[in-house]
Write a new protein. Structure first.
Length: 83
C-alpha cells in the first residue's frame, strides 16, 4: 500500500534518496504502523516525535499499534524544544 509521508526539521534527511523537499510517497506493508514506517526509512523510533495521520495527532502510546491505511497522509516531526 502507499502512503504520503511528510517530515519536518532534521527528519527530512530520512526520506528516500532523490526526494525533493519534505514530502515523499512510500510503499509500505499492509497493516504498517507509524513505528514500522520510521524503521523502514531508518529514522529513530525511541524519540518522542509528533506523528499526525490525516490531520489527527496519534498519541505516543499508539505509535506502535495505530494501523495505517492505503492513501493515508502521515507527518513525522521531531520533538519541539523550547526554553
Amino acid at each position: 500500500m502507499k502512503i504520503t509521508l511528510k517530515t519536518a526539521g532534521l527528519f527530512s534527511r530520512y526520506l528516500p534518496e532523490g526526494t525533493k523537499g519534505n514530502l515523499a510517497e512510500l510503499e509500505v506493508k499492509d497493516g504498517a504502523t507509524p513505528v514500522d514506517v520510521a524503521r523502514q526509512i531508518g529514522a529513530p523510533t525511541d524519540t518522542k516525535c509528533l506523528i499526525v495521520v490525516n490531520g489527527t495527532a496519534v498519541p505516543p502510546s499508539q505509535h506502535d499499534i495505530f494501523t495505517l491505511n492505503d492513501g493515508d497522509a502521515m507527518s513525522f516531526m521531531p520533538p519541539l524544544k523550547g526554553g
